[in-house]
Design a protein around this ligand. Structure first.
Ligand code: PMP
Length: 413
């Protein structure tokens, strides 16, 4: 594959047209949107806006076709055997809640065990806590090593005949760690447990193949992969999705409705109650086109280069702590703290130089506790970031350090 043509990619993102350009390094939270995605959604609004799956007129047929075309593109992206195994939701959070409510209510009983890791995002933790409270199931956690890798020595003890489900993040949104989920999935299946993969930080950044992984469910969000907000995806194995009861009830998800009972539509409609995010699904389809045309393998190489460079540069700064493993075990996420400076102050000073990073607990409070910090600063990359963005981050951090130590000294005097 050809390396990314970052210069021409950047031209598709009007947000980078300012001088100096915005150094946008908060891609793990949400990425920017290229023109082709916005134009595809504009085209829907301008020329064929209508509801789907019901109109018997031309523009509604067109909207339905485009919505279903988007589903096919997403299915192809993750190599799902059939498009109907792709359920459109609002985001990763809703996808995981769908599994917790629907699959959970039919399959989890008191005393059953759910295995998670301490590095989970709250959206792959709180739904399981709620489920455990409803059913009397027990949550168990895989710990991490000091390097920020999952501690596999525990896996054998954690997985027993009581384990009904393993819910694991593919890539940590804080540490960047790429977890060896294939081994986890094989081990979970060996004890008869199902596996939910939180792929919010993996599908946007490298090729994920649900058939190769053999995962039971996989969840991700459109807004982290050049798509709009308000659209997410749940992939599931066909036999599981077919057996599962509906999550939300309402229009579009039924076959027929009596006063007291209803029968439900086939997949995927069974899980798409009400009018869905039509423009957003179409936008996501075009975002899939955009990142696959850029080439996911080239994107991964580009992010690795930025990550290695950032690791080396940031390590030059005195008093900095970088969290997580070595770059080759990570995706393009780098969390850090600077001695004596709150990460919010770091992000605040960088913002005055048009550098956007994240600071906080990153919806991973149990992980913060494990790392023994309240918060971290975090820079994260995507296909449009450049070495210059990293240089500006480095220089901004040096300036932040000078500024903060000067004002701390002044306060002490
Ligand atoms: N899981 C991970 C690993 C994430 O990074 C995020 C987003 N920060 C989520 C889940 C939740 O995604 P969303 O807010 O789109 O539901």
């Amino acid at each position: 594959f050809r390396p990314l043509d970052v210069e021409s990619i950047r031209k598709d993102f009007p947000i980078f047209a300012t001088t100096p350009p915005l150094a946008f390094l908060d891609n793990a939270a949400s990425t920017q949107t290229p023109r082709p995605v916005v134009e595809a959604m504009d085209d829907y609004y301008d020329t064929y806006r209508s509801n789907i799956h019901r109109g018997i007129y031309r523009i509604s047929e067109e909207a339905t076709a485009q919505y279903e075309r988007a589903r096919e593109k997403v299915a192809q992206l993750v190599n799902a055997p059939r498009a109907r195994q792709i359920i459109f939701t609002r985001n990763t959070t809703e996808s995981i809640n769908l599994v917790a409510y629907s699959w959970g209510s039919a399959n989890i009983q008191e005393g059953d065990e759910i295995v998670l890791t301490v590095m989970e995002h709250h959206s792959n933790l709180v739904p399981w806590q709620l489920m455990a409270q409803r059913t009397g199931a027990v949550l168990r956690f895989m710990e991490i090593t000091d390097e920020g890798l999952l501690d596999f020595t525990q896996l054998h003890d954690l997985l027993t005949e009581k384990t009904k489900l393993v819910a694991v993040g593919h890539v940590s949104n804080v540490l960047g760690t790429i977890n060896p989920i294939q081994s986890i999935i094989m081990a979970a299946h060996a004890v008869g447990a199902k596996v939910v993969v939180d792929a919010a930080q993996s599908v946007p950044h490298f090729q994920v193949d649900v058939q190769q992984l053999d995962c039971d469910f996989l969840a991700f969000s459109g807004h982290k992969m050049c798509g709009p907000t308000g659209i997410g995806v749940l992939y599931g194995k066909l036999e599981l999705l077919e057996e599962m009861p509906p999550f939300l009830g309402g229009g579009s998800m039924i076959r027929s409705v009596e006063r007291d009972v209803s029968s439900y539509a086939e997949l995927p409609a069974k899980f798409e109650a009400g009018t869905p995010s039509i423009a957003e699904a179409i936008g996501l389809g075009h975002a899939v086109d955009y990142i696959t045309q850029a080439n996911l393998a080239a994107l991964q190489v580009h992010e690795q280069e930025l990550l290695k460079y950032a690791h080396n540069r940031l390590q030059e700064i005195e008093g900095i702590t970088l969290y997580g493993p070595a770059p080759h075990q990570k995706a393009g996420v780098i969390s850090f703290n600077m001695e004596g400076i709150h990460p919010h102050d770091v992000a605040g000073v960088l913002d005055t130089h048009d550098i956007a990073i994240r600071a906080g607990h990153h919806c991973a409070q149990p992980l913060m506790k494990r790392l023994d910090v309240i918060a971290t600063a975090r820079a994260s990359f995507y296909l449009y970031n450049t070495i210059d963005d990293v240089d500006r981050l480095y220089e901004g951090l040096c300036r932040t350090q000078k500024l903060m130590t000067r004002s701390q000294r002044r306060r002490a005097e």
